[in-house]
Design a protein around this ligand. Structure first.
Ligand code: AMP
Length: 296
């Protein structure tokens, strides 16, 4: 029988994820989709070990994750790019993870006549992202603007007279609308990213590569759909050109003379566009299936 990593004394890779908040669900879901199982998180423990992969999870506040990775208390972490860029720690971004997408934006009261970056001179802005905001203001030659750092409820700052505008994360935009604010400039486009410190042992680099392989397979599958369709043989070339698959489509002859089935993969974001073109080109019996994992 093959020895497990525990029997081989492999030191597990330590992954820090958010304990509670916007990234928690997506981070846990991604690890689960990678087929990694954990013992029950009894007593709300802040540290758990995987039973089938050399990985240990640390549950932390997202603000603390870049520092913990930089200090090597954790080897890798999942955190928003907004936090990584704000904290400016010695870590590297290994992979963008495609969830928790949002933007860090400057917003002003809806009633204000100011509406662009050029109008920000001299304003007093509230934010939890002072470093990113300062850098943005400097890079855009905004003069005389001051920053009021607060740790939460940024969006109410203008209505209570604390600041004239804000710089905060925007996802759907409904918080801005609810607080009668309008977005005037995007400081940073953000999403969840995987970070690592620069000093991983060779053994841990190997574990990270295995984890990345699984993460990419999960993400590839989410981005794409498997498509099966029937077509007359004379339309195969025309239909193949429309299908932006992994390589060329698989073509299987049907029992009915002169007909074939085509199998391919389409990107989710091009999906409806491709389906419309396929129908126009003579495709019939189009079947679309979700992909569980996709290894390129
Ligand atoms: P929304 O109303 O969907 O635009 O979300 C805005 C509110 O959610 C603000 O209070 C933001 O600080 C917070 N928020 C939005 N996206 C994120 C994110 N990816 N990470 C953390 N907080 C977020």
């Amino acid at each position: 029988m093959q020895a497990t990593f525990a029997e081989n004394n492999v030191e597990p890779l330590r992954l820090a994820i958010q304990k509670s908040g916007r990234l928690k669900e997506g981070s846990s879901e991604l690890i689960r989709e990678c087929g990694i199982h954990f013992q029950n998180r009894g007593n709300n423990s802040l540290k758990v070990s995987a039973s089938n992969f050399p990985l240990e999870l640390l549950y932390l506040r997202d603000d603390d994750i870049p520092g913990c990775v930089a200090d090597k208390a954790a080897d890798i972490g999942i955190v928003g790019l907004n936090v990584v860029e704000e904290k400016q720690k010695q870590i590297r971004v290994v992979e963008k993870l495609g969830f928790a997408k949002c933007r860090l934006s400057i917003a002003l009261p809806k009633a204000s006549s100011r509406k662009s970056i050029e109008d920000l001179n001299g304003l007093h802005l509230a934010t939890t992202y002072p470093n990113l905001l300062r850098k943005f203001l400097d890079e855009n030659n905004v003069r005389g603007a001051t920053i009021h750092e607060i740790s939460g409820s940024v969006e109410i700052a203008p209505s209570i007279g604390l600041a004239e505008g804000i710089c905060d994360l925007v996802s759907s935009g409904s918080t801005l609308i609810a607080n009668r604010l309008k977005e005037v400039a995007v400081v940073l486009e953000s999403e969840a990213v995987l970070i690592a410190h620069e000093d991983l042992s060779d053994e841990k680099v190997k574990i990270l590569e295995k984890l990345l392989f699984r993460i990419r397979a999960v993400r590839n599958a989410l981005d794409r759909k498997y498509i099966l369709l029937n077509t007359r043989n004379e339309d195969i070339d025309k239909i193949s050109e429309i299908l932006p698959g992994l390589e060329s489509p698989t073509i299987i002859p049907l029992r009915e003379e002169g007909w074939s089935a085509l199998h391919s993969v389409v990107y989710e974001d091009k999906f409806w566009e491709v389906i419309d073109k396929l129908k126009d080109a003579g495709a019939e019996g189009i079947l679309v299936v979700s992909i569980d994992k996709l290894i390129d």
